[in-house]
Write a protein that binds this ligand. Structure first.
Ligand SMILES: [Fe+2]
Ligand SMILES: [Fe+2]
Length: 304
């Protein structure tokens, strides 16, 4: 666990991304470039200087010949060994490191086979000069005067988010609920909760639920909104927080002649991309899911 405190502008976009698995030929390099372009330009109604990001872990693939997931055809020239992959990650992120609030570890970089190398994600963070967030972290986002805007709990997780039910819409809802269930008891005061690892792009949004209360001898009704839960709170009811699975840049099918472990596991296709938490006037007002795809006009689509 790591604890962070960030002083932020009143309006900002927090890009929540991860699982890009540098050093694998399944990595969607074009999609990562779209992410970088959006991060470093005016996007989602704010200038580039108001865009920041956090990384949910599995920044490098780190699968080599002694690993059952290893296929020689799936390792590019930039990823032949541990040192190559560290070098490649540093080159991929060096031009956006100032925007990175923290980098989490992941099971690909944090496993027993690498103990003799030291701590890989720690080394990447040290070389980039960014915050190392361990496996999970709690961040407090503050305004310029130090007041709490909201908090985030972020973890790589070991979440296995799957559903085989039909129709598709019910499976999607079940997966959103599963993301919430994984995170909801981890941190009661965090309006924003995020996980990586499962490579899904999902968001359980605060329930827009009708509730009743009483005033002046009569019943009144209103809808709950996330705006009710800002500031320095100890407890936010589970249903009124955001729970996000931050997606990935790991493709199901790679180039000609390659094999991916997602392909062997028989996983269905999933959107590649990331989430953007939008903060306006010090309030977290929404989370957009951004599916990157070079087949569409702008290189991305905002999905539900
Ligand atoms: Fe991953
Ligand atoms: Fe993972």
């Amino acid at each position: 666990m790591q604890y962070f405190d960030f002083k932020m502008p009143n309006d900002f976009n927090l890009f929540c991304m991860g699982d890009d698995h540098c050093g694998s030929r399944m990595r969607y390099a074009d999609g990562f470039k779209i992410f970088k372009d959006l991060l470093t330009s005016e996007s989602f109604d704010l200038p580039a200087k108001k865009n920041f990001f956090m990384h949910s872990g599995d920044i490098a693939e780190m699968v080599f010949f002694d690993d059952k997931r290893y296929f020689p055809s799936s390792i590019p020239d930039t990823g032949q060994n541990v040192l190559d992959q560290i070098e490649f990650v540093v080159s991929e992120y060096s031009d956006i490191k100032e925007k990175m609030l923290f980098l989490l570890d992941g099971n690909h970089t944090y496993r027993e086979g690498f103990r003799s190398f030291g701590a890989i994600t720690t080394e990447i963070a040290r070389r980039l000069g960014v915050n190392y967030g361990t496996w999970s972290s709690r961040s407090t986002y503050r305004d310029k005067k130090g007041g709490v805007m909201f908090r985030q709990f972020a973890t790589h997780s070991r979440a296995n988010i799957r559903s085989r039910v039909r129709p598709w819409r019910r499976a999607k809802t079940n997966k959103e609920i599963a993301v919430k269930q994984y995170l909801e008891y981890k941190s009661a005061d965090c309006l924003l909760n995020t996980l990586g690892h499962c490579h899904q792009l999902l968001c359980y949004r605060p329930e827009n639920r009708l509730y009743l209360h009483g005033e002046d001898h009569r019943v009144q009704s209103r809808h709950a909104t996330p705006a009710d839960w800002h500031g320095d709170l100890r407890f936010i009811p589970e249903g009124f927080r955001y729970y996000v699975s931050t997606g990935s840049f790991y493709k199901l099918y790679g180039p000609q002649g390659t094999v991916s472990y997602a392909e062997i596991a028989g996983f269905d296709p999933i959107e590649l991309g990331f989430a953007v938490a939008k903060v306006r006037d010090q309030k977290l007002v929404g989370v957009d899911l951004i599916a990157v795809d070079n087949d569409v006009k702008h290189g991305y689509e905002i999905i539900e």
